[in-house]
Design a protein around this ligand. Structure first.
Ligand code: DGL
Length: 284
């Protein structure tokens, strides 16, 4: 029997999301940089971010980033569209010497591939992402003529987070949210929340006849490429740790473990993300 060699980590990269969704990005990071030490924080007790105000998302993003930096992260991947839209600019201002990589809906490639006269390209995202100034700027730059079908998905990240992507109630919610896409015959769907690729099967089913062949766009691979590019400019991580993956969560670890398995990340070493201020009220 052969064993994979234990690699000394080149870089130590912190990654966070409101919960399990960021594992879809973490899997791409792991594939792209097998020699990096990855630190993942799932802020599940404070999820969903997508239906809270900007101050809440900024506060949580700042606390989780501070935690990851205290663990020795040299750079931060914001594996959450909502936190990228609402909090990455203040994070960059707070830590001007730390590289940050964010994620945003893959609108540009989706529209570049769109065929004139075809059904609209759909964007599924949290209400917070769709209402953000950053998303509005993306739309103004790439879709001034309004070719996109924008579908907010209240409750979907939370359903995936609490019940899992394949639960019957999650599927029913996906079916209801995708009704406008089904009616329009959409064949290209931008997944604008890192939780949604976990429900890809349910989304395809909800699209109806066009679902099986539909193109679902998830920018995780592009995020992994950009992360590798920025990481290559960093010095080697200190205290020569191994190229492992460590995770912290303030929610129940069972679903995180199940999703990690589904994302081929293997069993995770999950520790408790230290508790701090109680979550603020949901505003939407
Ligand atoms: N996974 C996150 C995103 O990409 C946030 C989901 C949520 O907490 O609402 O937007």
């Amino acid at each position: 029997m052969t064993h994979a060699p234990l690699l000394a980590a080149t870089h130590r990269i912190g990654v966070f999301d409101s919960g399990v969704g960021g594992l879809t990005v973490l899997a791409a990071l792991r594939r792209r940089q097998p020699d990096a030490e990855l630190l993942y924080a799932a802020d599940s007790a404070y999820a969903p971010y997508g239906e809270r105000d900007a101050a809440y998302v900024r506060d949580r993003s700042e606390r989780v980033t501070r935690f990851l930096l205290a663990q020795g992260a040299q750079m931060i991947v914001v594996a959450c569209n909502t936190a990228t839209a609402l909090a990455i600019a203040p994070l960059r201002r707070l830590w001007p010497h730390t590289p940050f990589v964010g994620i945003e809906p893959a609108i540009k490639p989706a529209l570049a591939a769109a065929v004139p006269g075809a059904p609209p390209v759909a964007v599924l995202a949290t209400p917070g992402t769709l209402a953000s100034a950053k998303f509005r700027a993306l739309i103004d730059a790439h879709d001034p003529t309004g070719r996109l079908l924008l579908q907010p998905c209240p409750g979907l990240a939370e359903a995936i987070e609490t019940r899992g992507p394949h639960d019957a109630r999650t599927s029913a919610l996906v079916h209801r949210l995708c009704a406008p896409l089904r009616a329009a015959g959409c064949t290209t769907v931008v997944l604008g929340c890192t939780h949604y690729p976990l429900a890809a099967l349910e989304i395809r089913a909800a699209l109806g006849a066009t679902g099986a062949a539909a193109v679902l766009l998830d920018p995780a691979q592009a995020v992994a490429e950009q992360t590798a590019r920025l990481a290559s400019r960093l010095p080697a991580a200190d205290n020569a740790s191994l190229a492992t993956l460590r995770a912290w969560s303030n929610g129940p670890p069972a679903l995180l473990q199940r999703i990690a398995h589904a994302c081929e990340l293997g069993p995770l070493d999950i520790q408790a993300l230290p508790a701090d201020a109680p979550p603020r009220a949901v505003i939407a």
